[in-house]
Design a binder for this molecule. Structure first.
Ligand code: BEZ
Ligand code: FE
Length: 292
C-alpha cells in the first residue's frame, strides 16, 4: 500500500509529483516539467510560500494573460523584465558568440510583420520626424567575415521622443521601420534619426511589479535588427547608444557590453553608426513576430 503523504516530509510530496511525470512521452517536455516541478517546490520551500501568497501569484499570472492581446504581449514583457528573454537568447547563441558571432538581444514587443521593403540607402524616417540625422551602414557576414549577399535585414526603432510609430498618433504608419536586402558585399544602409530611450509599457501588471520593486522602467536608446539568410541561424539584436543614461542599466537587461556603440558625429547635426551582423551557420528559424 502506498504511504500517505506527511506534512513534515515535503520530499515525499515532490517524489509523488515527479512520479506523475514519468509517462510524459515527449522527452524534452518531460525534462522541462521535471525541472520545473523540482524548482517550483524548492522555491516554495525557500520562501515558505503561504496559500494566500500562492493565490496572489496566480492572480498575477491571470492578469498577465488578460493584459495580452493582438497588439500587446504582457507575457513577453514579464520574461523581459525578469531577464529570462535575455538569458535564453544569450544561452542559445553562446557557441556562435564564442566563435565571433554578433551577440543577440531580445526581439521585444514592437517588431511588426510586413515592414516595408526599402532600397539600400533609403530614408526610413518620414518627413517631419524630429531629431538629429543618423546614417546607418551595415554588413552581414558569416563567422569568418565573408559577405552574405541577399540577406534580409529588418530594422525598427523609437523616435527621438521615445515612441514607436504604433504608439504615437503623430507618426506615419511604418515610420522608422524598414526591410533591406544585402548587396553582393553583404552591405545595406539607410538614413534615420537618432532614437531616444523609452520606458517599457507600464499600464499592466508588469508595471505594477516594477513599481513594487522600486525599479526604473527605462530602456537605453537603441536600434533593432533582425538578419535572415537561408542556411544561417537568424540573428535578432539591438545596438545601444553608449551615451544614454541607462546604457548600463537596461530594465530588460538587453544592453550587453558588445552591443554598446558610440553614435559618431557626422557633419553639423548628424551621427553615423556602423553595425556588423555576423551569423552562424544553422537552421533558419524566424522568431515569432509580435505585431501585425
Ligand atoms: C524593445 O526593445 O522594443 C522592448 C523590449 C522589451 C520590452 C519593451 C520594449
Ligand atoms: Fe526597442
Amino acid at each position: 500500500m502506498p504511504q500517505a503523504l506527511s506534512a513534515s516530509d515535503p520530499s515525499a510530496l515532490l517524489d509523488a509529483v515527479l512520479k506523475t511525470n514519468k509517462k510524459t512521452s515527449n522527452p524534452r517536455l518531460k525534462a522541462v516539467m521535471d525541472a520545473a516541478i523540482r524548482h517550483l517546490h524548492a522555491f516554495a520551500l525557500e520562501v515558505d510560500l503561504t496559500p494566500d501568497e500562492l493565490h496572489v501569484g496566480l492572480e498575477f499570472l491571470v492578469a498577465v494573460g488578460h493584459a495580452t492581446g493582438p497588439t500587446k504581449h504582457e507575457g513577453i514583457l514579464l520574461a523581459d523584465i525578469l531577464g529570462l528573454a535575455t538569458l535564453t537568447q544569450l544561452r542559445g547563441a553562446r557557441h556562435a558568440v564564442a566563435a565571433g558571432g554578433t551577440e543577440p538581444a531580445l526581439v521585444g514587443p514592437f517588431w511588426r510583420a510586413n515592414q516595408p521593403l526599402r532600397p539600400s540607402g533609403a530614408t526610413i524616417s518620414s518627413p517631419g520626424t524630429p531629431g538629429a540625422r543618423l546614417t546607418v551602414t551595415g554588413r552581414v557576414t558569416d563567422l569568418k567575415g565573408d559577405s552574405i549577399a541577399g540577406a534580409r535585414v529588418e530594422t525598427w526603432q523609437a523616435s527621438p521622443k521615445g515612441l514607436y510609430e504604433n504608439q504615437d498618433p503623430e507618426q506615419e504608419d511604418m515610420n522608422l521601420r524598414g526591410r533591406f536586402e544585402t548587396d553582393e558585399q553583404g552591405r545595406f544602409s539607410f538614413i534615420s534619426v537618432r532614437p531616444a530611450g523609452y520606458p517599457v509599457p507600464v499600464d499592466g501588471p508588469c508595471g505594477e511589479l516594477l513599481a513594487a520593486q522600486g525599479r526604473h522602467t527605462m530602456r537605453p536608446a537603441h536600434l533593432h535588427f533582425i538578419a535572415v539568410a537561408p542556411g544561417y541561424r537568424v540573428l535578432a539584436t539591438q545596438f545601444f547608444d553608449t551615451e544614454d543614461p541607462h546604457a548600463y542599466d537596461d530594465v530588460v537587461f538587453g544592453a550587453v557590453g558588445s552591443l554598446l556603440r558610440r553614435f559618431e558625429p557626422d557633419g553639423a547635426n548628424g551621427y553615423r553608426l556602423h553595425v556588423e551582423l555576423k551569423l552562424e551557420r544553422g537552421e533558419t528559424r524566424v522568431p515569432h513576430c509580435p505585431l501585425p
